[in-house]
Design a protein around this ligand. Structure first.
Ligand SMILES: NC(=O)c1ccc[n+]([C@@H]2O[C@H](COP(=O)([O-])OP(=O)(O)OC[C@H]3O[C@@H](n4cnc5c(N)ncnc54)[C@H](OP(=O)(O)O)[C@@H]3O)[C@@H](O)[C@H]2O)c1
Length: 245
């Protein structure tokens, strides 16, 4: 087992890519803290497994993140794997963007990600691994995706920089990004409820199909484990070839 004895935390672990990651990390022996907002997703039996510990936190609220990390410190004293995955994709078309819709998306995707990282830093063990979940949207122009794409572009740049920073590397902490293409999850189902949009997206993928959350979880496991011990500031793309089409 690649993660035996390790403590992992996955934000947005209650659904889609995050939930598949929780299952995969736990199957490799990690104890996994599953983070989502208070609500039915956090209470569902699927996230209460033998090696999981669901904890409610809203990543848009710095106090909530601080409480989460203090809880983790009390229970385990450290973190070995941190997966910063919580994200939303709902934003109005570009000409209708306003400060409220801007804040709603950026508070989760950017501010939430940055302050999860910052509050986790004192807890990260020497040799820990941090994985941000980005998106192929940061590389491709797609109708209606400008703000979401921008939020993910921010994460890619932030993680690249953090992953090569001496303060972290002197503690052997690596930071990398997994870059999914279209993956079947509740988030993408909501964004492509119209079958024509779904078929359009499928047509953009050279492999001719949507990805599965479990396929992204495999890349997260690789970056979270010692199998990737010489990889930092890097991206692994899991997109069926979409970024090159
Ligand atoms: N699906 C795709 O095609 C795709 C492609 C590229 C990148 N991604 C990225 O992959 C990540 C996961 O997406 P997904 O498709 O798996 O989405 P999903 O099924 O909708 O899951 C999103 C997760 O984020 C959590 N979350 C949302 N707002 C939160 C908040 N304020 N505080 C704490 N947790 C919050 C949700 O938890 P609760 O609702 O329980 O709070 C949920 O667990 C996102 O960053 C997304 O941008 C997805």
């Amino acid at each position: 087992m690649q993660l035996s004895g390790k403590i992992a935390l996955v934000t947005g672990g209650t659904s889609g890519i995050g939930a598949a990651t929780v299952r995969r990390l736990a199957s490799e022996g990690a104890r996994v803290i599953v983070v989502g907002r208070e609500g039915p997703r956090l209470r569902q039996p699927a996230v209460h497994l033998e090696r999981t510990e669901p904890i409610a936190a809203d990543v848009t609220n710095a106090h909530s993140i601080a409480r989460l990390m203090s809880d983790v410190k009390e229970r385990h004293g450290r973190l070995d794997v941190l997966v910063i995955n919580a994200g939303i994709a709902t934003a109005p078309p570009i000409h209708e963007l306003d400060p409220t819709s801007y804040d709603a998306l950026m508070d989760v995707n950017c501010k939430g990600a940055v302050f999860t990282f910052v509050h986790a830093l004192p807890l990260l063990a020497d040799g820990a691994s941090v994985v941000f979940v980005g998106s192929v949207a940061a590389r491709k122009g797609q109708p209606g995706d400008a703000l979401y794409a921008g939020s993910k572009g921010f994460l890619h740049a932030f993680a690249r920089n953090a992953g090569t920073s001496p303060e972290l590397l002197q503690r052997r902490i690596r930071v990398n990004v997994v870059t999914p293409g279209p993956i079947d999850t509740p988030l993408s189902a909501a964004a492509t409820a119209d079958p024509q949009i779904r078929a359009y997206v499928e047509g953009l993928i050279p492999m001719g199909r949507w990805g599965k959350a479990e396929e992204v979880a495999e890349a997260i496991l690789f970056l979270g484990s010692q199998a990737s011990s010489f990889t930092t500031g890097a991206e692994i793309t899991v997109d069926g070839g979409m970024s090159h089409a």
